[in-house]
Write a protein that binds this ligand. Structure first.
Ligand SMILES: Cc1cc2nc3c(=O)[nH]c(=O)nc-3n(C[C@H](O)[C@H](O)[C@H](O)COP(=O)(O)O)c2cc1C
Length: 253
């Protein structure tokens, strides 16, 4: 194999940068949706990205319920409002005051809502890879969510995940059969702008955790190892670049 062939599986620098750009500039969007319709070709690309996610045993357990009808959205919004009022009561003091001010959905304003589901029976009772940990099908559908989210960001579209529902309410409103689990209720649309930081971080709810404190070596909790300090310094540097949307400094191969 010659050198050029060996290099073929590497992304060109600009393509690699674009992948990281999508990851680091992706935001959960709630309040910045514009009403503009999403062209079918764009929606098709985003859904195809979701459909190309990894899945346990190649189960592809997802389906996509597209919601554009104002009446259906109103019912979903009412289900959110009921759950959100309950959620508010679960926080106390200052946290409750911050919570009260947060906008946590864009159901009505976004032109398209998408429910991504998981069919627990899609590939029969015994699935390769899912023989021991049954939740792997659910994790697979979540992979589809992330693919969709990043693809949408690369198309300049915002996505917001709304999870403050009673599952039974979602299932009832959208007519889901018993075996179908609602995984992610997503609001999708053009946006006026993307924030630089997660809104919860900006609101003082929680900071982004330092990655170098989350990496262990060989055993849970073990933070020391040969070369650990060098890796931790590199992690701090990379996290700093990501947070400020600076390019990673990448040494040539
Ligand atoms: C499983 C999951 C459920 C979420 N549910 C909600 C939600 O109900 N409402 C909301 O406003 N954001 C929701 N979010 C978005 C998170 O708040 C957001 O991802 C986090 O604050 C980080 O911000 P970022 O996505 O802009 O980086 C959810 C995200 C995930 C992954």
């Amino acid at each position: 194999m010659n050198n050029a062939q060996q290099q073929n599986h590497h992304f060109a620098e600009a393509a690699r940068d674009a992948v990281y750009q999508a990851i680091f500039s992706r935001r959960d969007v709630r309040g910045q949706f514009l009403p503009d319709a999403i062209p079918d070709e764009v929606l098709a690309r985003i859904l195809t990205a979701a459909h190309f996610a990894p899945s346990v045993g190649y189960m592809q357990p997802w389906s996509f319920v597209l919601i554009r009808d104002a009446g259906v959205k109103q019912r979903i919004h009412a289900a959110f409002s009921e759950a959100n009022a309950e959620a508010l009561q679960m926080f106390e003091g200052e946290k409750q005051e911050i919570y009260r001010e947060l906008k946590l959905e864009g159901i009505i304003e976004s032109p398209v809502n998408i429910l991504i589901t998981c069919d627990r029976d899609r590939a029969g009772p015994v699935v390769i890879g899912r023989t021991h940990i049954k939740a792997m099908d659910i994790y697979s559908s979540v992979c589809a969510v992330q693919n969709l989210w990043l693809a949408a960001r690369s198309e300049g579209l915002g996505v917001g995940w709304v999870s403050i529902f009673h599952q039974a309410a979602l299932k009832e409103i959208l007519g889901l059969p018993e075996r179908i689990i609602p995984i992610a209720y997503l609001c999708l649309g053009q946006v006026s702008h993307f924030y630089d930081k997660p809104e919860l971080e900006a609101a003082g709810w929680r900071p982004r955790l330092p990655l170098d404190e989350l990496v262990y070596f060989e055993q849970w909790g073990e933070r020391e190892a040969d070369g650990a300090e060098a890796l931790k310094a590199a992690l701090r540097e990379a996290q700093g670049s990501a947070a400020t949307h600076r390019r990673f400094a990448i040494k040539s191969r």
